[in-house]
Ligand binder design. Sequence first.
Ligand code: ADP
Ligand code: MG
Length: 700
Amino acid sequence: MNLFDTSIEYLKGVGPQRGDLLRKELSIHKYGDLIHLFPNRYIDRTRYYKINQLQNNNSEVQIVGKIINIKTVEQGKGKTRLVATFVDETGQMELVWFQGHKWIRETLKLNTVYVIFGKVAQFGATFNMAHPEMELLQEHQASLRSAMQPVYPSTEKLTNKGISNKVVNKMMQQLFIETQSLFQETLPLYLIEELKLISKKEALFNIHFPKNQDMLAKAQFRLKFEELFFIQLQLITKNLIRKHKIKGHPFGLVGENFNDFYKNHLPFDLTNAQKRVLKEIRNDLGSNAQMNRLLQGDVGSGKTIVALMCMLLAKDNGFQSCLMAPTEILASQHFNGITELAKDLNITIKLLTGSTKTKERTLIHEALEAGSLDILIGTHALLEDKVKFKNLGLAIIDEQHRFGVEQRSKLWKKNAIPPHVLVMTATPIPRTLAMSLYGDLDISVIDELPPGRKAIQTVHRYDSNRLKVWKFLKDEIAKGRQIYIVYPLIQESETMDYKDLMDGYESISRDFPLPQYSISIVHGKMKPAEKEAEMKRFSEGKTNIMVATTVIEVGVNVPNASVMVIESAERFGLSQLHQLRGRVGRGAEQSYCILMTGFKLSNDTKTRLETMVRTNDGFEIAEVDLKLRGPGDIMGTQQSGVLNLQIADLVKDRDILQVARNYAMKLLKDDASMSKSEHQTLRTVFIEMSKKKNIWNYIS
Ligand code: ADP
Ligand code: MG
């Protein structure tokens, strides 16, 4: 039997009772589980503090000094505490015990040099440390095996039952003594060499007993890589199986339309990111399998032209395509934009939304079925049963968080062979990461903005400064710019939100009077046609200010609008604020985003606002968002198992994740069944891991 399958209670120093606790509290059943209990953090015990250097910041410190006096202090209700005066050459502090007095009194030596370790707190002018870890200086010097001391995950019960961090440390040492040098390498040799990884054995040793910072970093990298690599192997295997089952239309041709557009009608040079993404998509489309790809790119990164070029490929191969957007405004904006881009090409494009007139609608239906319509752009209206394509080859969905998975698959069901699916979103990492973890979709990222964009300047202003803000808006309008003023509209309190919006609109109308200024308003209660008309007035420059609810959150493109005022910004989530801000900064002018709030702000809100002011980087913002909202919120509760990772962190280690994913893909492309001789061990580990339930939890 493998030594690592040995039941944990047999480890010297554990026994049945502790074994039971370890099983219940930390799910440690075997030797192999204990070795994978990785430290949460490390304490740097190379540093010694002097008492006069202490700060009231609740950090853990170690100090060398002596106890000069011990006394028992009454605390009331018959309770006492033990207080010792501890000194070094720079000052004095107190050590406090609330329990175990008798034993401590008996063992502590006065006027003997100790190294104490623990958290300091300050009461009045005096620092104290409760329940310090104490070691005689001599012992300390002899026992210090690692300057970086691991701190292991624990539970209250474990600590109460005497399984302190020190005890876990001892167990770990014992484990290494009993199993030394028997750790099996799990990764293929060529991978270790190529990535300059340290061996499994070295990594496990250094994660528990780091020789130094450098070795710790190497150990962490190796183990994180390994964890993510095996998960990716599983996900990609699953994905491959799916692809095997679902055939797609191969778009083998890069023909007239694509080439003509690329050579003669590109309005600007594509960014490198756009080119790379197109290549990835073309690769998919050229294969026999159905594409199911997520195209992720920050607002303004230029996803639309990529979408068009994909649709041209479909046309070149004799297929129709469609583009579905979550709102009418967005759909018609896509329609206008794409029609403009494709104006010199010989393709037919139509718009279908809820407000398309019956006559026009019938014509569209007929043209679709006859195959004379190449591209259909629209809203949910595309999902209606009456909408039948002759040969839909590609479905593009913009801003996918508005559409559920079922809706996506409804598009699929329109054909015997499903179309290729491209989902476009501006929502950065967390979602992407989740998906890359779920393997549901392949992912392409446009991680570069078109050249020449000026960074949007963002400020936070209190409602009390409104006069100054209005003055600023007037100055910008005088320069010919246009302005968005956005109000929150959050479902639960819709009536109240609506009232806020109308009140706001009224006071704005008073402060920006006709005929000097003109104002548009768009909100959810308006009829689509009215909304459209108002949007149009604004985008044509006929109005200076657009007062709106979050209906303009996605996709609206008015390059001359250079100021975004967000009212009650404290009520918006970070990603929403970022999306809203993305409506400006689209033209050549310097753009601004002004976050208006009241005075009372929670800490989380302050963090959100500070983050917005500090950065325009969607990835950074998503990272903060993930921290604030917690993974459960972002990934959906039933998926929260995703974060049962042992060592890797999906957000912080996304670079490692990417590397792991790439290597896993390469490996499986070359050897899908992992049957080559260099993949023997890998295969064994893979199968073993796949049997364990916790790994399958990663996958829906
Ligand atoms: P989003 O990714 O938010 O949908 P869009 O496709 O609407 O972005 O593009 C935003 C703006 O940038 C549009 O006005 C578009 O014409 C312009 N654009 C896109 N790609 C480039 C590029 N490579 N160079 C210059 N401008 C570009
Ligand atoms: Mg867009």
